[in-house]
Every structure is written in structure tokens, then in C-alpha cells.
Design a protein around this ligand. Sequence first.
Ligand code: FAD
Ligand code: SF4
Length: 476
Amino acid sequence: MKKEPVKIKERDKLSRARDFEEVVLGFSEGEALEEASRCLQCKDPKCIAGCPVGIDIKAFIGQLTKKDYDGAYATIRQKSNFPSICGRVCPAEYQCRKACVFTKKGEPFASQQAINIHFLERFIGDHGAKKGLHLKASGGSKYKGVKVAVVGSGPAGLCCAGELARQGIKVVIFEGLHKTGGVLRYGIPPFRLPRKILDSEINSLKELGVEIHLNTIIGKAKTIDELFGEGFSAIFLGLGAGIPSFLGVPGENLCNVYSANEFLTRVNLMNAHLFPVSHTPINIGRHIVVIGGGNTAMDAARVAIRLQHLAGVPPDTTICYRRTEVEMPARRLEIEHAKEEGVKFDFLVKPEEFSGDEKGFVGKMCSSRCELGEPDSSGRRRPVVIPDSHFEVDCDLAVIAVGLGANKILTSVTPQLKTDKYGDVTVDPQTMETSIKGVFAGGDIVGGEGTVIEAMGMAKKAASAILDYLDRKSKD
Ligand code: FAD
Ligand code: SF4
């Protein structure tokens, strides 16, 4: 008889929208075993090819069913450094779960029946973290005295740092912000990724001897040449893509029109929801509009509705997206969670203009209606504006979440570092080496899908190339 998927436990939708505690509670041991027992252990497991870093999913689920949790952790760790994080944030419905044999051909996302691989990964990741199975140094290192600099402490930087430190290399991370984690801390809210999970991974790196210098922007505080001058043998750039894109419509510069980056950073990094206990304030609107359809838009809307609840404002937060729900790139789980928490959705909307009051604060958003046309280069159907379809909504706070691009602080002062037309750093895809010898890069700064697991995959590849580079250098 076909077994039904085990439903993951989540916090009650009414109470959770009033705080920042984790929403998804994870599997108990019994639930993980039951879900794992649904896996068919396929002869030709398609799920593995669906994982951007090729985790041996069949093997780790097999180990899980035999209660060999340490073994399952080791299997995942061969490819992914932070299973507790990826088990919480990976868009599995577009990746491994979509490739699982239970998903029918042609379905746009994983079917309900597909094995809940990400929740099993989370169970194993949390087991490993509880048991202290994090990265260990390999011992007796040939790299004694060798120093490598890592710029940026997002998933790419952290992953590369861990891979190198476990080989006995002295790794120093330089981070521009006052806290580590990159988007994992300032972008993804704690109700999706609790900070204790992130902190535990970062502490494990410190235990390996990784040194972290905060508030240090490379390109301002020091240059690449100066880092080499300080004795670093190689440099990894995990700069991310931290510059927000805007719509380019009139009125976007009015007060209370935020970029999602600023909005989320104020809350996630600076605790603006605790103002005046924290030093950073945030304005809270009565009619909040979030523009976009990705994870950033979902996070911004779910943060916004929490702020309204906490401030005692009747919740009224709407996501406006120019296509329909099917084309939304956000994780399906986040879309469901946003709906459950009371976020409203208005599809096929193209904002045209914001208008404000005499003090310069936004008050209304004027938009056009769209319909779907032919597919564009992304394969999704293109939104086409319907003539004379203008309409206006009240909007005293708007959050723009329509994409991010490369931060040029470092690249603009390093002309030898080749970039493409988007400002992304150009690398050799085999080695992740940049146009400067000994300087490697990975994660969002080199483009790609823009996911945590992909950033880590690139960092792992770069770390392995850095080891080869150091080996060659030592023979010169
Ligand atoms: P980042 O995480 O951006 O980290 C880069 C770090 O480098 C930052 O800390 C920055 O301050 C630092 N830095 C930059 N320049 C310098 C410099 N010159 N000197 C010193 N430090 C510097 N992906 C998923 O897989 N699942 C999700 O659910 C998901 N949700 C997301 C939600 C939001 C709101 C956002 C914005 C992104 C989300 N993503 C998600 C995408 C994912 O977070 C990114 O792809 C990933 O964080 C990229 O990692 P990175 O290390 O390349 O860059
Ligand atoms: Fe298990 Fe699905 Fe992978 Fe088959 S494709 S091994 S059922 S997870």
C-alpha cells in the first residue's frame, strides 16, 4: 500500500505571525524514520542529479532508515557543509524533490508525494549539530603557516573558510558588516532560519581556528594587493549580490518606499522591531505593498505583517506580482506560509507610479493590469500590460523586492579583476579562479541561480582549486 507523506509540524498560523520564532518545527525521530521509509531506494536515483551539489540522497536516506544518523550526516557533509541550514532554506521543490521519481513528468514543482528530502536533511543536520559532528581538522597538515583570506561571510565565504581551515590553513575572514552570515543573517528572517543554527555553524569554524575581522570592507580598508602584501597566499571573494534593483518608476524616492534589502536588514540585522530597545527604527504602514515574487518578497511581506501585528495595526500587507502564482520564483512553502499568515496577493500587476503627500511620504500606488504573453528567456510567460487598465491602491509603505545585483566597492578599485556586463566577477568555471592569479570567487558575485546551496557548491569547488594552487606554489 502506498504510504502517505509525513506532514511536517508547524506552529499555529495565528500565533506565529506575531513573533519571529521558527515556523517549521521539523521531524521527530519517529516521523523522520517514517518519511524515510517511503523512499524506494531507486536503482537509478534521479533525486541526486536534482541536487545542485550532488548529495548522495539515496545513500543518506538509506542510512537514516537504519538509524545510522552519524553516517547519514557524513554522507551529506561530503557535498554540503551546512545541512541544518540547507534543510531549512533549499528550494527543494525545484531541485531534488522535483527530480524524485514520485514527481510526475511535466509538473512545474515537486508533487506532494515526492520524498521530503529537505526535511530529512534538516533532521540529520540538527542531529549532527547537537552531537558536535561539525567540521573537524584533518590533522598533521602540510599547510602549516599558510594563510588564506576570505572576503565576505555569507554561505560562500563560510563554506570556503571551513574547507580550507580543516586542512590546517590559517583562514582569516574579512566581513564588511558588524555581524557574520551575509544574507543568512540580514536577509532570511529568524522565523525561517533561527540564529542559533547559524551561530553554531560559525562557532564551529572559529573552533577550527578561523579568525573573523568584522567591519572591514575590502576595497576600502585594504586592497587585494595589500592582502597579498600581508602574507596571504590566496584570496577567496564571496562578496554576494547586495545591491538592490528598483522599478525605475516616478515616486520611488518618496519616504516609506524601501528596498527589501534595507527593510529586511533593519529588522533582521538591526532588530528594528525592538526599537527603542534597539537603536534602529522602522516605519510601519497601515497599507503595505510588497512588489516582487521571489523569496525576498515573501520574507519582506511576512516580516511586514509581523510588524503590523506587533504594533497593533490591523494587518494589511499585499504582495503585487506582475505574473501569476505559478511563475513566482519563491519557494512554494514560503508562499503557503505567507498566505496562512494573512498576506494578500495581487497578481498580474505592474506598478507605474507612487504618489505622496506634501511631506514627501508615499500614499498611493498606481499600477496597470497585465496578462500573460509568450515565454521569455527565463521560460516563464511574459507579462504584457493591458492598455488603459490603470488602477490605484492605498499604500503608505512600499517594499521593492525585484532583484539584486553586484556590489562594486571592491571591483571598482581593482581594475585587474575582470567583470561581466552585470558587474559580476568573471571566473574560470572549472577552478573559480578570477583574472588575478591566486584570487578565487564564488557565490552570488559570480552569478548563477542565487541559492545558498549553489553558493556553497561554488565555494567548495574554489577551496579545492585553492589547495591545488597552494600545492603548485609550494613546488615553485
Ligand atoms: P551573501 O550571502 O550576500 O554574503 C556576502 C557577504 O559579503 C556579506 O556579508 C557582505 O556584507 C560581504 N561583503 C560584500 N562585499 C564585501 C567587501 N568588499 N568586503 C568585506 N565584506 C564584503 N537562497 C536559498 O537557497 N533559499 C532561500 O530561501 C533564500 N532566501 C533568500 C531571501 C532573501 C531575502 C535573499 C536576499 C536571498 C535569499 N536566497 C535564498 C539567496 C541566498 O541567500 C544567496 O544566494 C546566498 O546568500 C549567496 O551567498 P554569498 O555568500 O554569495 O553572498
Ligand atoms: Fe528515494 Fe525519490 Fe531518490 Fe528514489 S528518487 S531514491 S524515491 S528520494
